[in-house]
Design a protein around this ligand. Structure first.
Ligand code: MG
Length: 163
């Protein structure tokens, strides 16, 4: 029998807050006067998790698999990208053991949306929500995130193979 193998991957992303776009975080649409600019729906949290997932399996990065020059990903639901990345790592025999992510933005308050985001992300990752940790922080007014011009996300994904 194959020995159990654990792998960790790190992901980071940032997108600008702009008028005229929806704010979608962790697959959940959040009512706010600004949204995230980008080629897809610009779900910065889903992107950081996707990159961490690919990183844990050493399968490159999100830009390589889902280039922003590809019209298929124009305004795309980033959970579709995340599900495809899960498919890719599953093909190498890996399953998601745990995800821990931080979302950094000043406004709006995200607490009320935490459980909905965990559920959406967990479904895409094929794990129960208890394996998805989401933390919300502000940048204390510092830098572009602190000035409310951007949203940043970081994630660590742990994969397991051979259980
Ligand atoms: Mg991105």
């Amino acid at each position: 029998m194959q020995a159990t193998e654990y792998r960790s991957g790190i992901g980071w992303d940032i997108h600008p807050l702009v008028p005229g776009r929806a704010l979608v975080l962790g697959g959940v649409r959040i009512p706010f006067e600004l949204g995230l600019g980008g080629h897809s729906d610009a779900d910065v949290l889903a992107h950081a998790i996707t990159d961490a997932l690919l990183g844990a399996a050493a399968l490159g990065d999100i830009g390589e698999h889902f280039p922003d020059t590809d019209p298929r990903w124009k305004d795309a639901d980033s959970l579709v990208l995340l599900r495809q990345a899960v498919e890719l790592v599953a093909g190498r025999g890996f399953a998601v053991a745990h995800v821990d992510a931080s979302l950094i933005m000043e406004r709006p308050r995200l607490g009320p949306y935490r459980e909905a985001m965990r559920e959406k992300l967990a479904a895409a990752l094929r794990v129960p929500a208890e394996r998805v940790s989401l933390k919300f922080k502000t940048a204390e007014g510092l830098g572009p995130v602190g000035e409310g011009k951007a949203v940043e996300a970081m994630a660590v994904v742990t994969l397991v193979r051979g259980l």
